[in-house]
Ligand binder design. Sequence first.
Ligand SMILES: [Zn+2]
Length: 462
Amino acid sequence: MKIIVASFQCESNSKANLHPQKSDFEYFVGDDIFKKLVVKDIFENAGFTVIPSIYANALPSATVEYDIYQYYKNQILDTVNAHPDADGIYIYVHGSMEVDGIGSGELQLVKEIREVVSRDCLIAFTMDLHANITDELGEYVDIVCGYKTAPHVDQPESQVRAATALVYCLQNGIKPHTFVQKIPMLVKGDTMLTKYEPLASLEAQTSALEGRDDIFGANLFFGHCWIDAPNTSASAVVSAADKGTAETLAKTLANDLWATRHDYRFLIEAELPEECVKRAVAGDEYRIFITDSGDNTTAGAEGTTTELLKLLLAAAPDKPTCVAGITDHDMVNSLWELPDGTPTRQFGTNGVIKSHGRILGWAKEIIGRSITVSFGNVDAVFTEKRSAFIEKGNFDEANVDLLGYRIVVVKLGYLFEELKPFADRELFALSDGASCVELARLDLKRIKRPMFPLEDFEWSAK
Ligand SMILES: [Zn+2]
């Protein structure tokens, strides 16, 4: 009895311009994939032979180009072709990978796998809570287990749930049915937090369902608004031993989520950039963070916008301020050879090179160079590649002292947990950009309509 294991993940953003290249993927092959996946023991302890394929995972980016997609997808297909008699296939995907010329990368992958393996081979997916599920997915995938937390802290548990369900079904000769119920809503991801009601109860409901021995996955997916595609929306997905049960429960969960659609709002101060700067400059708290949510590099944006920097330069705060992680390859290149202390004029403002540093990448590796320029009290960290300042280590590598600042701007949505201990107050800037959280400002043309909150209407999954 053997199980193939693979992972191919990239959350797409169709408003962004940086398509992920091979160098952007964290990539492992063979047994090394288990540096990143926790399912090996579950399969081996149950007596299965594990066939590792690849692990390829890139930071959220623009859509995946056709050739890049083929490169990784075909490696998974090669493994499947070498083991067409596999009893099970476990794949960890994001669920919002949009491929140029194809559409949903996850659907295409599983369709091609199904052409190789028989219906007796069970396929289990672990997926991100922000997956844009396609209607058809349930025709090809037997078990779907999504994260139940936002912000996400249950990635390992979600792998374990899918792997355990896969083993259980294979050992007991169960052929599960997966039903996908799309929900015509696309609420701001940053307002849907599972720690709070109503989501805490809804997610508890899905966990309770998974406690039943005939339910192998009960999920709410919130969808991902930065892909302009027909499958972009929330959904409820249930995998159960009985087809009718899967359908009934998915519809119930869908209606339950729909009923809460008006309940989501920001739990922190979320304001336009001008107002955030005003509040940060005037604020009494020791250290105030502003997140530049429209240019959130962890959501696929490039990190190139300078709106907040310019607002801060104009505001000339009397306290030390840092804008961290502005992607500007040319700026770093043109200043790199100059020593610290060299004057430079940028954005019509006199500055001085403060420090040379390095960019700490997503997987804690060094991915390039950074230059910090001081404009009076405002320091701007420019990076030659897109970066995400998600923890103190990013500031350390860039050679700037996070603890020395009282206003800090980062290109994130919500502050990452690792930064929260340093934040006495958090302001969420509703800025423009590829990851703008205001649905109406995104100008999505291919999503299904009506879609809440662009329209408010009566709906029910029947
Ligand atoms: Zn997510």
